[in-house]
Structure formats: structure tokens, C-alpha cells
Design a protein around this ligand. Sequence first.
Ligand code: GAR
Length: 211
Amino acid sequence: MDGGVRMMKDKAKVAVLVSGGGTNLQAIIDAVKGGKIKSGYVDVVISNKAGAYALERAGAAGIDGVVVSKKELGSQEAFEDAIMREIDGRGIDLIVLAGFMAILSERFTSRYAGRIINVHPSLIPSFCGAGFYGLRVHEAALARGVKVTGATVHFVNEVPDGGPIIAQRAVYVEDGDTPEVLQRRVMEQAEWIILPEAVEKICAAIVGGEM
Ligand code: GAR
């Protein structure tokens, strides 16, 4: 016992879930190194793809990388159980989906309610939900002809891209944009800024005992 005073951690433990290149993971790693994230640190990177470059980034930063393959585990339940074992076994405080392209069921999201966030490359509620991920989001934005797009960080619940919004940042579409060019601009001008900011904000709330 500690005399009635709850012992608090000084830093929140973060798990980052990835599937691909991991530029958003890199933005978080850099923000921890540079001191912009001071209330948390990345304890583990979990990838659902064995060859994901994000795992190289984790390794280069001295962070544990774990592969959890739904194909090998055989079912959604076994896949989520394997992720839960990592999360619970390590005492993770915050789960960050950073380009994680697998669906998580309500069984998973409700277990960690208010402790999972996601970055999405549009201004929700535009171009989001089932089928809108990665480059497809930017293809849809260009096809619709919007002049402003951006990125959103939100809490994750059972509705794809439907949880409460934490942060958004707008980015202009420019004449001649291709999906690739627009994707890069949205990352540089929005995602890599608002995701680390949101991670710090939530980690600070966790270590401060506010959530
Ligand atoms: C990012 O643009 C991220 O917002 C998006 O995938 C990309 C991953 O890039 N996520 C989604 O579309 C999720 N619905 P990264 O691996 O370089 O961070």
C-alpha cells in the first residue's frame, strides 16, 4: 500500500500498430526523441504484415517489433487474442493505429475503450469508413474534386472511423495533384503533426490520472 496515494507512472506505455511503411510511426519515434512527446514512449510495434518497413524503423530505434498474422493464426478471434496478449502482457496504456489496415472487432475495441486512437488521411466524416484506406482515400477526394482535405486523429470504437474526433488539420488540394502527391502532402502537413500531438495529449492525461 502507498498510504492511500495512488502511485502514478511518469510515462505512458504506447503500442503502435502498423501494416506498411510506417512514416507515422517514424513521426512518433522522432517526437519522443525530440521531446515533443514527453509523457509516453513506444514500448512495442505490432505489425500484421511480416515484411512491413515499419518493423525496420522500430528495430532502428531499438523498439521491439512483433508480427501478428491473421493468415497464420487462422481467425479474427485468434488474431485479436494474440494482439491482446502483447498489449496486456506489457501493460500498455495507449494503442495507436498508425497505418494499421486490419479491422478490429467490437470485442477488441470495447476492451480498450478510450485507449485506442487512429490516424485517418481525410477530414472525417468525408472519405472514411469501410473501403477508405491508404491511397484510396486520396483517389476518392480527387475524384470528388474537393479543394480542401486533411487528416483526422480519433478514438477508435466499433464503427470504422466513427469514434470521437481528437484533432484535425486541413490541407489544400492543388491543380495537377495525383493521389500519391496528395497523400504525401497530407502526411507532411497534417498527419505527422497532429498524430504526435495527440499522442502527447493523451499520454499526459493518462499519467496525470485524468483518464
Ligand atoms: C497513412 O496515410 C494513414 O493515415 C493511412 O495509411 C497511411 C499509412 O502510412 N491510414 C488509413 O488509411 C487507415 N484507415 P504510414 O505507414 O507511412 O504511416
